[in-house]
Design a protein around this ligand. Structure first.
Ligand code: MF3
Ligand code: CO
Ligand code: CO
Length: 282
């Protein structure tokens, strides 16, 4: 009932998080532009590492519980936490999820985190994969829009579930929510309380307050959501080999709504279909 307290950030601290978030957005943009048949996931990781170095930001995945790279790159049946390597070479039709983050430091030496992910298909892809990727992205934006008007964190899981249900009704495609991996609080650490589940439950969740920040990150599978971790102790794969998609943004709860910290436009384009505009940090 009484979980760990949720870190509250001042507008100035949220501005540091937004600075980190914009570096993450630019980094992921560079990676996205480089995605093409023939490139290795290690080469994509190098682009991310070099970009962060060029702006003086610090990779926050690298060394996290021993994680060996700047990005997690999860191709096809890899769900999350895929380790970039030289032998995974992208080919037409691959479904590739790229998750990345960084920190920037304030004048007191405190590091502020950003965390974001997207999924794209190399080339056109199958109708099923296009549905999977689009619905997962929609689940993210529906969840963010729900946070803008909602009063409890539980709106996230309900929004993700409704997108999955609407998608099944509209297209006949049944997607499954991967429940083992959840969003999280974010601030002076990448992973902070509370967990942010992508499914509805009887818990309404904590009350939303200005100054909170969360990473919202739905993960959907095109088949069964059952998954396991490979022997590298990181890579999560679906047990049935079906493809998965993962979209993530870091978002701040602010007076009057939300601001997406890992989008250059504060989330304006993604929230527009919901009739919502991002609010200023202060
Ligand atoms: N960024 C991931 C998440 O969205 C966690 C990555 S853990 C790492 O929460 F060790 F791989 F970096
Ligand atoms: Co992430
Ligand atoms: Co995250």
């Amino acid at each position: 009932m009484f979980g760990s307290p949720v870190q509250l950030k001042t507008p100035t601290q949220l501005a540091h998080m937004e600075r980190a978030g914009h570096h993450v957005a630019t980094m992921l943009g560079h990676v996205r532009e480089a995605i093409a048949p023939g490139i290795s996931t290690a080469a994509l990781d190098q682009i991310a590492f070099d970009f962060l170095a060029s702006v003086g930001a610090t990779p926050n995945f690298l060394g996290y519980h021993g994680y060996p790279a700047t990005l997690c790159i999860s191709v096809n049946d890899r769900v999350v936490h895929g380790i970039p390597d030289h032998s995974t070479i992208l080919k037409d039709g691959d479904v590739i999820s790229v998750d990345g983050g960084c920190t920037v430091t304030d004048s007191d030496g405190v590091a502020w985190h950003g965390d974001s992910a997207f999924t794209v298909i190399v080339g056109e892809g199958t109708e099923s994969d296009r549905g999977l990727v689009a619905a997962t992205e929609k689940a993210l934006w529906a969840a963010l829009a729900a946070l803008a008007t909602g009063d409890r964190l539980g709106v996230v899981g309900r929004a993700v579930e409704s997108v999955v249900e609407d998608h099944a009704r509209e297209t006949g495609q049944r997607l499954a929510i991967v429940r083992e991996y959840v969003g999280h609080g974010i601030g002076t650490a990448m992973h902070m309380p509370p967990d942010v589940p992508n499914f509805a439950s009887r818990e309404r969740g904590i009350r939303l307050k200005p100054g909170q920040a969360f990473a919202i990150e739905p993960i959907l599978s095109a088949g069964s959501p059952a998954n396991r971790v490979l022997a590298d102790e990181w890579t999560v794969v679906t047990k049935d080999g079906s493809n998965a998609a993962h979209w993530e943004h870091s978002v701040a709860i602010v007076k009057g709504g939300i601001r997406v910290l890992t989008a250059h436009d504060g989330g304006a384009a993604g929230l527009a279909p919901y009739g919502i505009s991002p609010s200023p940090l202060a």
